[in-house]
Design a protein around this ligand. Structure first.
Ligand code: AMP
Ligand code: GLY
Length: 426
């Protein structure tokens, strides 16, 4: 496995339980983190050095490579491994454009008649200004390429919109901002839906909702996600079926028909509008921290499913199964995150948090001698389960309170929409 965040700790924890590792199989992770090290042997490998990854796979006779983050996929690591006959979970470069280029995905939606916001692709400041005049505010401006989650501006005024466009075409995002998408502002509640596919067969995975803003009540700057829960009750079985038929299935079919079969997990960011679910964006990987909550509930063998995707035989697998309860995770982040996270703060109390019934996934942690310290923006994912969101939330915060980490902070309201709904329903 490649990656080093909380998502990879959850993947390693679940993969370590797979029957694929029976009979002396072994899980390696590069670069991993101290949490991943509890489930896998850490190795020093640079995912951008495709030759080095291939050489390691050959030496260790690796039977499956699981790519956690998007960058190596968008960079073509999947193609390089497949060319050597090494099974890989994750799409090839052409298919990873679904995350790597917002304009590519919007055009695909148009060709396949997939519900999404109206849009215009622009490749100059002047064209962008003309498009803004056409849409008016509120409007959404997106740098085309990967921008570490910072490339999207939801502009409520024309002044904000103009500033966002000028920023992009002044080179703020480098190559990722050589092009942009201007799109219609949609309203509704957001939810995420995940499906596994080998390019032909599709199996629904699970739903989740995350909290992207750093502050309570969904205020302040966007982050990678401050907490999440799964399932997302707003995504009813009827809506899930609609998402599968109108969004996921036509995407997979069109990609295959056009010679870019998509293999891996398809992560759909959705807006539940009055006119039905619409696609906001695709990611070509599991969500972080959505992965942590989905895998906490998963009862199927993850390794077998990922290997079946990699080997184009998903049709032989049963649909993934999940416990019917809720899992909720609270992200503990370094003070100053997302702008200037303060690294180095010590962390104790994880054993006490786990004794309280939670599972603590490591994201940005490192060992300094014998001490566990913060080494990144998002540091821990404190994850608990319960019969309701309310119960999972109270267990997760009880575990958070057992962790002693003065330099970390968390939102205290993860899951608030569902907790309010549950209270209203009594
Ligand atoms: P993205 O990186 O594309 O997921 O966008 C980041 C966030 O911007 C999303 O989670 C939404 O909250 C918001 N967003 C993106 N596109 C739209 C849109 N067309 N209308 C309203 N909000 C949007
Ligand atoms: N939590 C959102 C993401 O992984 O993109």
């Amino acid at each position: 496995m490649l990656g080093s965040g909380g998502r990879e700790h959850a993947l390693a924890w679940k993969l370590a339980q797979s029957s694929c590792l029976a009979n002396g199989g072994k899980l390696f992770c590069a670069p991993g983190n101290p949490g991943v090290a509890q489930a896998a042997e850490l190795v020093n490998l640079d995912a951008t050095d495709h030759a080095a990854v291939i050489a390691f796979c050959d030496t260790q006779t690796i039977g499956l490579v699981v790519v956690g983050p998007e960058a190596p996929l968008v960079d073509g690591l999947g193609d390089a491994l497949r060319a050597e006959g090494i099974p890989v979970f994750g799409p090839n470069k052409a298919a990873a454009q679904l995350e790597g280029s917002k304009g590519f995905t919007k055009d695909l939606c148009q060709r396949a008649n997939i519900p999404t916001a109206g849009y215009v692709r622009v490749n100059s400041r002047d064209a962008a200004h003309a498009a803004l005049a056409q849409f008016g505010a509120p409007v959404v401006i997106k740098a085309d390429g990967l921008a570490a989650g910072k490339g999207v501006t939801v502009a409520m005024t024309m002044a904000e919109a103009t500033a966002a466009v000028d920023d992009i075409f002044a080179g703020r995002f480098g190559e990722a901002g050589a092009e942009a998408v201007i799109e219609e502002f949609m309203t509704g509640e957001e939810a995420s839906f995940f499906a596994l596919t080998d390019g032909a067969t599709i199996l629904a995975f699970a739903s989740a909702q995350d909290h992207k803003r750093v502050g309570e009540g969904d205020t302040g700057p966007n982050t990678g996600g401050m907490g999440a829960y799964s399932p997302a009750p707003v995504l009813t079985p009827e809506l899930e079926a609609e998402v599968m038929t109108r969004i996921i299935a036509p995407t997979v079919k069109t990609m295959a028909d056009e010679g870019m079969p998509y293999s891996g997990v398809l992560f759909a960011g959705l807006m539940l509008t009055d006119a039905g679910p619409k696609l906001i964006e695709y990611n070509c990987r599991f969500g972080d921290p959505e992965c942590q909550v989905m895998l906490s509930r998963m009862t199927s063998d993850l390794g077998e499913l990922l290997l079946a995707c990699a080997e184009d035989r998903l049709a032989t697998c049963a649909a993934p199964r999940f416990a019917p309860d809720t899992a909720l995770t609270v992200v503990m982040a370094a003070s100053g995150y997302p702008d200037t996270p303060r690294k180095g703060g010590t962390i104790t109390g994880i054993a006490a948090a786990e004794a309280a019934g939670a599972k603590v996934f490591h994201a940005g942690t490192a060992l300094a001698g014998d001490n566990l310290v913060a080494s990144g923006g998002r540091v821990l994912n404190v994850t608990a389960r319960g019969a309701t969101v309310t119960e999972a939330q109270s267990r997760a915060y009880a575990a958070v309170d057992a962790i002693i980490a003065p330099d970390l902070f968390c939102r205290r309201d993860i899951g608030y929409r569902e907790v309010a709904r549950e209270a209203a329903e009594g």
